[in-house]
Ligand binder design. Sequence first.
Ligand code: CP
Length: 315
Amino acid sequence: MKQFLSVHDAPDLPALVAEGLVCKKNPFARKQLGIDKTLGLLFFNASLRTRLSTQRAAQNLGMDVIVMNVSQDSWGLEMLDGAVMDGDKAEHVKEAAAVVGQYCDIIGVRSFPGLADRDLDYRDEVIGQFVRYAGVPVISLESAIRHPLQSLTDLITIEEYKKTARPKVVLTWAPHVKALPQAVPNSFAEWMNRADVDFVITHPGGYELDKQFAGDARVTHNQREAFEGADFIYAKNWSSFTQYGQILSRDRNWTVNAEKMKLTNGAKFMHCLPVRRNVVVMDEVLDSPDSIVIQEAGNRVWAAQVVLKRMLEAL
Ligand code: CP
């Protein structure tokens, strides 16, 4: 594997998921693979799970890890090629990415969208510029429009907990107090559309995802109808794609609660975390035995480990 930016870098999904579960069974089997290799993790935005799980995965493979909070600790980076750098940005990503590539064998990058300019965000320039200029393999730790390590984790988790060969998986929009990116739902849809699952998306009108991610998935504005017979409920808030970055609804009728979960086929509740309790989902669901959010977060290690393993094997 030369890069990990989207589902398109994982053409053999069932094999990748199975290999992730093998890593989980025996985390240190390939401890020699990463000896004398360094992973650089660059964060333009906050993280708990991605940062710690990717470090842990790299350590399981014997790698050294360097972590930098770029926005806080480094020079302001200019991302635009051809820019006249007479503003507040002190360094161009062309040099910065290439320099980090001198120190690291693999680089992971996290950057969020501005949610002001859709065309700009959907060009996904930060991760793209690192791919262009780093000179080493790049892993997306969540970009402006995708979160592939989260989606691989989610698929591994569904594989672990499914009770039928082809489970019904529902992605439901839920309310939130802030405007959030579409990266997680985009990616989740992109991965579920490639997986062997019955995939349904439910959201209020105006929250349609970009067609390149939603694909031909069934979409309904009726959340209860979507929940009927579901095996997995995956809740997430996102801001509008069509009225870009806007909050169109804060309707708490979309909050996931126990009464709605009763409509399902004993569904497991999933969320990428962090989650706003009693806004996105009620305590009664999150604290119930059907919630697998902690196990899901635990699986972040195995998703990162299988990706790093494949990259190290290809160096
Ligand atoms: N789910 C997820 O990516 O969590 P963090 O933002 O804490 O890394």
